[in-house]
Design a protein around this ligand. Structure first.
Ligand code: AMP
Length: 648
């Protein structure tokens, strides 16, 4: 059976895992790391970099290096004012006001950027497993709304992955933790503070059933906010001393960002750290350097408000689950930012007990996704996941109020049906405005979209019966239909304002990503041709040097061949390189044969001397170093297969 991977598509890092022998394991990436930075960059030469390579060049190419794309998934421009300030790349509005990023003059949807990260994870997993990977379970923050979940699913599709299930990150962590503790019934609170989002989920786990009781969170709170505090603190200090605002210079800002994250991470270990950024900027008086020291307690003091923002969602989740803090048996800390001592102390203060330290906060989400993948393909038995919808869903009714159709924290999949009527005489159309959130007035919640049901037979107000049906699937994705019970006419969801991508656009993206795969493949082939040519020259030179008595005419021919091949390489013309390589190879064969003949003659046909073979273009016993090598070439040999699924 084809393998299904579990993917944690994180704000900062992503992780891919698989079940091996019934146990989830993390798959290392091509660079040998277990975490892949969720970073995509386009270099000046048009090369696309993903992961560590993209992250490494961020300082010199900040405006074309995208990180934290997850903060923009399924979001409109009006929703990302805060996040836009945190990133050095350009965020622009798409045709429906949705957030996109502009890189080198081209606009990309967050789905597309995320798909590039997913493609790398897919390719690395394929390399590790030695077989193609086409199916995945992908995790999202529990608090992701419908548009954000759909966008994640679309990113998977563009990357050539059939997304079997979208599951909530805290639920995944809990599954990874509870997989082998099936004989106890535990109330577990997952406190997940990642790079960009904060999620609290409460689950009851026992006998292999994972039942989510409540979930809450803040989609604008994560480790990045702590970085921002330090960036502002450094920039203000520098401005006070030098009168220059470093945040206005993209390159300086990127250096500040990296330094801030590093300092923040160091302050989780040590009580004081020094931040030293030489040559951060310059003015008429010369180069300027930033050199500051910060203590953990100063950092904690400036973070008080951020820590406090964790309290409300935690309190709300506990009360929604009908519990009190003492009733929580285990507190799991997930997400890199929970490594900050101030967060661990907050949790201890809040619950009056220590959080559980037994899990790896970076990996447990992907591990749980792999467990769920195993459940879906039948490899893992006796585990059932009952998840909930994190926010209430409803429709706008007369007066701008919300009529709830499905309450928050209802187990999914679920559906809700209600009958509505018209507000005016002879009204022949109704607008169904789908709302997500807890507030009473529609305008205070998130609008998921609107659609019209038309051609209702004219009748006095209050007579027509319009049945509205909400259905949430196991991914937490919503479908809405409205039906006029008299005529039987029905309309499905057409979320006009939604960030969902039309099928045509998804197809276009898949094509583009295939085109990228094609160019990357071509680049790889070119690199191979050049590297082989390099080895050939090396081998020829070495052969001529090592064997002094090569016939002088043949030697001249070989030297001429090498010269021509070098010229071809300078011209960068692949066909020419190939044909010159072929010619030189022939000459090298001749050299080899002549040496072999001489050797044979000298040794009277017996062995005893080195025998040369052109096989593999290298003399046996001489392991040529490959001066050209494959260095700098990004291996992006990915496969793209759509799952053929239409828009949800
Ligand atoms: P995640 O999204 O779970 O990968 O979490 C990433 C966030 O955790 C980023 O903001 C990191 O800077 C932060 N992080 C990772 N390790 C640490 C650490 N030791 N101390 C503080 N923050 C950390």
């Amino acid at each position: 059976m084809a393998k299904v991977v579990g993917i944690d598509l994180g704000t900062t890092n992503s992780v891919v895992a698989i079940l091996e022998g019934g146990k989830p394991v993390v798959i290392p990436n091509a660079e040998g790391s277990r975490l892949t930075p969720s970073v995509v960059a386009f270099t000046k030469t048009g090369e696309r970099l993903v992961g560590e390579l993209a992250k490494r060049q961020a300082v010199v190419n900040p405006e074309n290096t995208v990180y934290s794309i997850k903060r923009f998934m399924g979001r409109f421009m009006t929703e990302v004012n805060e996040e836009m300030k945190l990133v050095p790349y350009q965020v622009v509005a798409g045709p429906q006001g949705e957030a996109r990023v502009r890189l080198q003059g081209k606009d990309y949807t967050p789905q597309e950027i995320s798909s590039m990260i997913l493609q790398k994870l897919k390719t690395d997993a394929e390399r590790y497993l030695g077989e193609s990977v086409t199916k995945a379970v992908i995790t999202v923050p529990a608090y992701f709304n419908d548009a954000q979940r759909t966008a994640t699913k679309e990113a998977g599709q563009v990357a050539g992955l059939e997304v079997l299930r979208i599951i909530n990150e805290p639920t995944a962590s809990c599954m990874a933790y509870g997989m082998d503790k099936q004989d106890e019934t535990l109330t577990i609170l997952v406190f997940d503070l990642g790079g960009g989002t904060f999620d609290v989920s409460i689950l009851e786990a026992g006998g292999g059933v994972f039942q989510v009781k409540a979930t809450n969170g803040d989609t604008h709170l994560g480790g990045d906010n702590w970085d921002q505090l330090l960036i502002d603190w450094m920039a203000e200090k520098f401005k006070a001393q030098n009168g220059i605002d470093l945040r206005k210079d993209r390159m300086a800002l990127q250096r500040l960002k990296e330094a801030a994250e590093k300092a923040k991470i160091e302050l989780s270990q040590v009580t004081q750290t020094n931040i030293n950024l030489p040559f951060i900027t310059a003015d008429a008086s010369g180069a300027k350097h930033l050199d500051v020291t910060i203590t953990r307690s100063e950092f904690e003091k400036m973070s008080l408000n951020l820590v406090e923002r964790c309290a409300n969602p935690t309190r709300q989740a506990i009360s929604d689950a009908g519990l009190t803090p003492e009733k929580i048996d285990r507190i799991l800390l997930v997400g890199g930012a929970t490594r900050m001592p101030m967060i661990q102390e907050f949790v201890k203060r809040f619950f009056g007990k220590d959080p559980h330290k037994d899990i790896n906060p970076d990996e447990c989400v992907a591990l749980g996704a792999a467990v769920q993948a195993g459940v879906l393909v039948g490899e893992v038995k006796n585990i059932v996941l009952v998840d909930v919808t994190p926010l209430s869903l409803g429709v706008e009714v007369l007066g701008g109020y919300v009529e709830k159709m499905i309450e928050r924290n209802t187990a999914i999949p679920t559906s809700g049906k209600k009958v509505f009527t018209t507000a005016a005489d002879s009204q022949t159309a109704v607008e169904v405005h789908v709302i997500q959130g807890e507030r009473a007035m529609a305008g205070d919640n998130k609008s998921l979209g609107k659609f019209m049901l038309t051609d209702i037979p004219p009748a006095p107000r209050g007579i027509p019966q319009i049945e509205v049906n909400f259905e949430i699937d196991s991914n937490g994705i919503l479908n809405v239909t409205a039906k006029d019970l008299a005529s039987g006419k029905q309309t499905g969801i057409r979320l006009t304002g939604s960030t969902n991508l039309p099928k045509t656009e998804i197809d276009k993206m898949i094509k583009e990503s295939e085109a990228y795969a094609e160019t990357d493949k071509k680049k790889k082939e070119e690199a191979e041709v050049k590297s082989q040519a390099d080895s050939l020259i090396y081998t020829t030179e070495k052969t001529l040097k090592d064997i002094p008595n090569v016939d002088s005419a043949l030697k001249g021919k070989a030297e001429e061949g090498m010269k021509k091949l070098k010229e071809a390489m300078d011209s960068n013309d692949m066909n020419r390189i190939k044909s010159e390589s072929e010619s030189l190879k022939q000459v090298l064969y001749e050299v080899s044969s002549s040496v072999y003949a001489q050797a044979g003659a000298a040794a009277g046909g017996s062995g005893g001397k080195t025998v040369w073979t052109p096989q593999g273009e290298h003399p046996v016993g001489n392991e040529p170093s490959s001066p050209g090598g494959n260095g700098g070439v990004i291996d992006a040999d990915y496969r793209v297969e759509g799952d053929g699924e239409g828009k949800k």
